[in-house]
Design a binder for this molecule. Structure first.
Ligand SMILES: [Zn+2]
Length: 165
């Protein structure tokens, strides 16, 4: 299994190559898809990786979360290392759904504590944070995030003998 550093190196190399290709081929007038994919790939490389399921070892992604990394503890206790977390479709979707559920619970808690009605924005948040990003940005970001997960899983399958070369 490659180290977190190796996973990051692979993912950022692919991202860098993709960005260079994007420049060479001529950037489209709308930068949103490319930048969203890049942002998703960075998120999927640094903060939300399949190795968040590892117990007893602090992987790079867990360290990147700092004290907030405890949010992944329930998921880590429920899934074994290289179980569902290391699948190509369910694993990435599970992590995003898990994080969305945590965010929804926090939002629910904030609304209940502040007495804010469901149909109004939270008054204490800056305007740009109180509105959801466009669906297009979320979808392209998810594509980048998912690509990072797939690269991780492919790298995990590289045999040890090949890695020593
Ligand atoms: Zn892994």
């Amino acid at each position: 299994m490659p180290s977190g550093r190796t996973h990051s190196l692979i993912n950022f190399s692919v991202l860098g190559a993709g960005m260079m290709l994007w420049q060479v081929l001529g950037r489209p007038a709308d930068d949103t898809p490319g930048l969203s994919v890049a942002a998703g790939m960075i998120i999927g490389t640094v903060w939300i990786t399949p190795d968040l399921d590892m117990r007893g070892v602090k992987v790079d992604a867990q360290r990147a979360w700092g004290p907030l990394g405890a949010v992944w503890s329930p998921l880590r206790m429920l899934s074994k290392h290289r179980g569902v977390s290391h699948t190509y479709l369910r694993g990435p979707l599970l992590r995003v759904a898990y994080l969305a559920a945590i965010a929804a619970l926090l939002l629910l808690l904030v609304r209940l504590c502040t007495g804010t009605p469901w149909n109004s924005p939270l008054p204490s948040l800056p305007v740009h944070l109180s509105t959801a990003p466009p669906v297009k940005v979320l979808l392209w970001s998810y594509c980048g995030y998912h690509a990072a997960q797939v690269l991780h899983l492919i790298a995990d399958r590289i045999p040890l003998s090949f890695k020593r070369l």
